[in-house]
Design a protein. Structure first.
Length: 303
C-alpha cells in the first residue's frame, strides 16, 4: 500500500517567511472582501441576470420571479464566498504561526465527522440541487409536508419557512422530498359557492361573472390579474343544491388577496339580490319576505 506523502512543513514555513509582506496584504484584502461581500455579490448577480431581466416586461410575474432568484442567489453566493475567505485566512494564520501539525489532526477529525454525519452531507447535496433546479426562492410560499409558509432563507443545509401565524420552521434540505410552490410565476384565484338553489342558479352564475369582471377592472387589482375570474366549473348537485366554482389566473403572490376580494363582493351582491344560499344545519327559505318552510312537518300519529 503506497504511503501518503508527508507535507514538508519546513519548506512551507520558509515560503511564508519569504512572502510575509505579500501575504499580509492578501489577508487585508480578504478582510475587506469579507466585509463588502454582500454588496459585491449582489451587484455581480444583478449584472449576470440583467440580460434575462431585459427580456421580460417590468412588473410582470416573470420579472418578480427573477427578483426572487437574484435575492436567493445573492445570499447563497455571499455565504459561499465568506466560507472561502475564512478558509484562506485560517490557512494564512496557520502558516504565519507554524501550526502545520494541527492540520493532520484536523483532517482526521473532519474525515470522522463526515462518516458520522452522512445526513449532514445529504443536506448540503440537496441544498445544491434545490438552488440549481430553482425549486423555490426567497419570498415564495411553499408547502413541505405539514409545514406551509413563506421562504425566508434558502441555505445549503437548511430552508427557513415562516408560517402564516408567525412560527418559523427550520427544515433540513435532506428531508425535503416533495415541495409544493404556491407562488411560482402565476396561480389561480379560486372561489367555490355551494348551496345554490335551482331557482337562483342562473342568477348566481351571472353575478359571479359580473363580480369577476368588476374586480379585474378595479385599478387596485388590475396589475395582479392575468385572466379575468369567471365561472369555470359546475359541480354535481348534492343535498344543499348546486355548486359553482370561479377561477382566474393571477400573479402568484396575490391569489389570496384576489380571492378574498371576490368573496367579499359576492356576499354583498347576493344580499342586494335577495339570494340566500343553503347551508348545512340551517333550514332553507324560499325567498326573503316569505314564511320559512320547515324541512319536516310531523303528521298526526307521529311520535
Amino acid at each position: 500500500m503506497p504511503e501518503t506523502p508527508e507535507v514538508d512543513t519546513q519548506a512551507l514555513e520558509q515560503w511564508f517567511d519569504a512572502n510575509a509582506v505579500f501575504l499580509v496584504i492578501i489577508a487585508a484584502l480578504l478582510l475587506v472582501l469579507y466585509a463588502f461581500s454582500s454588496r459585491i455579490v449582489h451587484a455581480a448577480v444583478a449584472r449576470a441576470l440583467a440580460a434575462q431581466k431585459g427580456q421580460v416586461e417590468p412588473g410582470s410575474p416573470e420579472a418578480a420571479e427573477l427578483d426572487k432568484r437574484a435575492a436567493t442567489l445573492s445570499g447563497l453566493v455571499t455565504a459561499l464566498l465568506r466560507i472561502v475567505v475564512v478558509g484562506i485566512i485560517v490557512t494564512l494564520v496557520i502558516g504565519f504561526f507554524g501550526l502545520w501539525s494541527l492540520v493532520a489532526g484536523l483532517g482526521l477529525f473532519l474525515a470522522a465527522l463526515t462518516l458520522a454525519g452522512q445526513s449532514i452531507v445529504l443536506d448540503y447535496l440537496m441544498g445544491i440541487l434545490i438552488i440549481l433546479e430553482g425549486q423555490y426562492f426567497k419570498g415564495d410560499v411553499i408547502a413541505v409536508g405539514a409545514v406551509a409558509g413563506t421562504v425566508e432563507d434558502v441555505g445549503l443545509r437548511r430552508t427557513t419557512v415562516r408560517s402564516a401565524d408567525g412560527t418559523v420552521h427550520s427544515i433540513s434540505n435532506g428531508e425535503i422530498r416533495i415541495v409544493s410552490n404556491r407562488t411560482r410565476v402565476f396561480a389561480a384565484a379560486e372561489v367555490t359557492i355551494p348551496g345554490i338553489r335551482e331557482a337562483d342558479f342562473e342568477r348566481v352564475l351571472g353575478i359571479m361573472d359580473d363580480v369577476g369582471r368588476e374586480v379585474a377592472q378595479d385599478p387596485r387589482f388590475t396589475a395582479s390579474i392575468i385572466e379575468t375570474p369567471s365561472v369555470a366549473f359546475i359541480g354535481d348537485p348534492d343535498d344543499l343544491g348546486m355548486t359553482a366554482t370561479m377561477r382566474g389566473k393571477v400573479v402568484a403572490g396575490e391569489r389570496w388577496t384576489i380571492a378574498t376580494e371576490i368573496r367579499r363582493r359576492l356576499n354583498r351582491a347576493f344580499v342586494d339580490a335577495g339570494i340566500v344560499l343553503n347551508k348545512r344545519g340551517v333550514v332553507p327559505r324560499e325567498r326573503r319576505g316569505l314564511e320559512e318552510t320547515p324541512l319536516y312537518v310531523p303528521e298526526a300519529g307521529d311520535d
